[in-house]
Design a protein around this ligand. Structure first.
Ligand code: UD1
Length: 418
């Protein structure tokens, strides 16, 4: 496992360009299966998760050509519809291929996604949505096969606005016969990005970004070029890093309307922000003020920002209350922060964060993607040196993480396991 070594005491200062969104890229890469042709994507982040998606596509028979952040995916040669088990286990998000494969072939086989770091993360809502579209689902010792003669548009009412289930239902319904209406759908901006890509391919989808999405099935899709939206969680991460270190930052190529609740909470802590459509400037105070946060589906405060924001609050003036409503296991990183001197107690969904004056460098382990980034951030303000192990989690979702941080003035070194 690789590591980051961070020497504390430097502020995040300067300018950073935000990469393309991980969570928008994953379903969009899967969607390339549907047009049976060429999909050219720009602004795709070079991260472990997108790499895994290409590996799966290649195993299915696609040709993937990559140059920096441009990717050309040719799915005309795909002849398989089974997702390899080892890849399915490595990345839970690979379940997003199921909707696309069903949409193209009326069938898909895959294994149950492996255990996860932030909670149980079932896929019952995905399967229920497929069943509504007339797809038969057979479960056999952890293997699942989906099959149908023809997908017929239907009404799908989601029990919970799951992002993945909404995206999978869209992918499965694009080439269906008739109209599909998804109610109580997730409203995340990444779903709008998926809708925009598919409509550019020739699909007829409307309503993404609201809780009712309508998909009028079409017979065929065409080749497309598409630019992926900015990563709102990377945007929030860099803002919190500047906030925690008392720094000053300028973020380029963002979509600031996607992170409104994070901006509001940063203002409450005492940060001064100048927010433009595609650019944000922020000046942090000497010491942040405590604030309360509760995570909610979009447009609420994002669960993916919970660990990062809570970590910024470990040195704030006062006590902050954090409520995590999405994933039951998303407080693992707090155990590592406590080893660095943070005062955090957990009671069910709630974390009580008492601001301290100092954190101390320690050897800590990343337990998930965002929690890992949060530990690196704690290392920036800690006295002495912090070693963050298991950074493979961080590399899953942040592009050129240490390189960007070095440019912002942080003393960080990457130690490869090999
Ligand atoms: C996506 C994001 C992830 C983010 C999450 C919530 C991607 C690749 N990942 O994950 O970064 O943290 O949205 O904003 O876009 N649930 C069920 N049954 C299901 C599906 C979900 O009970 O079939 C539950 C989950 O356990 C969780 C909640 O619904 O408690 C939200 O999950 P969901 O919105 O599906 O998240 P993901 O799509 O997995």
């Amino acid at each position: 496992m690789s590591e980051y070594i961070i020497k504390g005491g430097k502020k995040v200062e300067g300018e950073v360009t935000i990469s393309g969104s991980k969570n928008a890229s994953l379903p969009i890469i899967a969607a390339s299966i549907l047009n049976q042709g060429k999909t050219t994507l720009y602004n795709v982040p070079n991260i472990h998760d997108t790499q895994m998606m290409y590996e799966i596509l290649k195993k299915l028979g696609a040709v993937v050509t990559k140059k920096k952040n441009k990717v050309i995916i040719d799915t005309s040669g795909i002849a398989k519809y089974d997702i390899p088990e080892e890849l399915m286990r490595q990345m839970r998000s690979s379940v997003i291929f199921v909707g696309a494969l069903i949409g193209r072939y009326g069938k898909a086989t895959f294994s149950y996604p492996g255990g996860c770091d932030i909670g149980t993360r079932p896929i019952d809502l995905h399967l229920k949505a497929f069943e509504k579209l007339g797809i038969n689902i057979n479960k056999n010792y952890g293997n699942i096969s989906c099959i149908c003669d023809k997908i017929i548009g239907e009404k799908i009412d989601l029990d919970f606005p799951s992002v993945g289930a909404t995206e999978n239902a869209i992918l499965a319904a694009v080439l269906a016969t008739g109209k599909t209406i998804i109610t109580n759908s997730a409203r995340e901006p990444e779903i709008i990005d998926l809708q925009n890509l598919l409509n550019k391919m020739g699909a007829k989808i409307k309503g993404a970004g609201t809780d009712v999405i309508e998909i009028e099935g079409v017979k065929k899709l065409k080749d497309v070029s598409y630019n992926i939206m900015p990563d709102r969680i990377e945007t929030g991460t860099f803002l919190c890093m500047a906030a925690m270190t008392g720094g000053e930052i300028q973020l380029k190529e963002v979509n600031s309307s996607h992170i409104t609740p994070v901006i509001h909470k940063l203002e409450e802590t005492g940060c001064q922000l100048e927010v433009h459509k595609n650019e944000i400037k922020m000046q942090a105070p000497k010491r942040l003020k405590a604030v309360d946060i509760k995570t909610m589906p979009y447009p609420g405060f994002p669960t993916d920002m919970q660990s990062i924001f809570a970590t910024a609050l470990t040195m704030a003036k006062g006590t902050s209350l954090i409520v995590e409503n999405l994933f039951e296991n998303r407080y693992k990183y707090t155990q590592e922060l406590i080893r660095m001197g943070a005062k955090i107690t957990i009671e069910g969904k709630t974390a009580v964060v008492k601001g301290v004056r100092k954190l101390y460098g320690a050897n800590v382990k990343a337990t998930d993607l965002r929690g890992g980034a949060a530990l690196v951030m704690a290392g920036m303000v800690a006295k002495g040196e912090t070693k963050v192990e298991n950074i493979e989690y961080i590399l899953r979702g942040y592009e050129r993480f240490d390189e960007k941080l070095k440019k912002l003035g942080i003393d960080i070194r990457y130690l490869s396991a090999n």
